[in-house]
Write a protein that binds this ligand. Sequence first.
Ligand code: CA
Length: 459
Amino acid sequence: MKKIIVPASLAAVACLGQSAVSAAEKPNILIILADDLGYADLGFQGAKDIPTPNIDALAKSGTIFTDAHVSASVCSPSRAGLMTGIYQQRFGHEANCPPPDKGMDVKQKTLADYLKSLGYRTGVIGKWHLGDKDKFHPLKRGFDYFYGFREGGRPYFHNAKKIDKKGNPRAIEKNWEQVSFDGYLTDVFGEKAVEFLESSATAGKPFFLYLAFNAPHSPYQAKDEDLAFFAGKIKNKRRRVYAAMVYALDRAIGRVMKTLDAKKLRGNTLVFFLSDNGGPPRTGALNTPLNGSKGIDFEGGIRVPFIVSWPGHFPSGKKCAAVVSSLDIAPTCLSVAGSAPPKKLVGENLFEIVKNGKRDHSLFWRKLYFGAVRLGPWKLIEVDGYGYALYNLEKDLGESENLSKKMPEKLAQLKAIYERWRKTLVEPLWGEGGKWKRINVKRHINLIEGKPELDKIKY
Ligand code: CA
């Protein structure tokens, strides 16, 4: 693998503490998050029917991690893990969609909190989904700037009569003020990101921008011109609309990257791109060649496209097969910003992982009634009331052959690791409606037993 070029000042930061890197040397940080994006729905991931030239160019400029994961298979807990760098179940953020009075534990520090204290200008644009109440608001969680909505989803066009009525947590806000917008929301988030980058270019301090698009999450709404682009090219209507949404996402990311280039910020900006979870079932998204989809702990729910790009500092045009996680983003950012990551952050520095070609620790998942652990090529899935499944992902990426009976010793080893980890978790602060337990448990059992994921499931 190509040698990683890390400036001496950055290579030494973990030992020297935050004073080792002056504000002028600290790189800017941009995290671009897609929402419910299918694993196979980008050009560099093999998509033939959805052109994504801008995201493909970003991939080419950096390292593509082929075995990358998020810490949850659904939106809100995945974002809680990304923002804190901690398994979100350790502070009760295990289920999706916090009820109106709940949100991400205010005692937890966010990546924005850490970076702000290191002199960064911090902004979040897009979907928050970490609590609706004012006390959970991004401006109280380390961000200087917020343009987006508090909830988990909303229409892509302004809707004055319903969603955009005063006080609706799905309405668009600029900082604390509810605002109107024109046009298609993915374009608007791209424009706001451009504005943030342009103003950062002369701000005299490094920036951290968390650009959390809600695309291509439901509702499935695209611009007429984007739909027209796919007319006759994609026959299936669901996939055609979904493709048009991904196409708009790619265009917005293109504008953002072009702005970094135009403002000569590209060489000093560490960029991450990933999705918050896998593509959902029956929406037109494809997770090929993975098994399963959003909401469950098969790879289709938790393995995501993942790019790290920082030309001149991170290997470019490379693929890395090491197991990585969204939890690795926070410690990586803190290290390059000149601060030794707090011990409670569970991830590993991606510079070290890419240099060594492997991670040191297991990865874990848990959502109310099911969970999983990953150790090297091995993966254990546990389903409450049913039992365990064991897979070797190196030989069986599609998780088709349950080896739990053939390999009892490996099963016992992973069970022990998983149970030790579970003891570090707290009770979930909220749960999910009754039907979801039935549906998501059944989806796991169907796949373990070799049946179609949605076999005999009534939503
Ligand atoms: Ca999502």
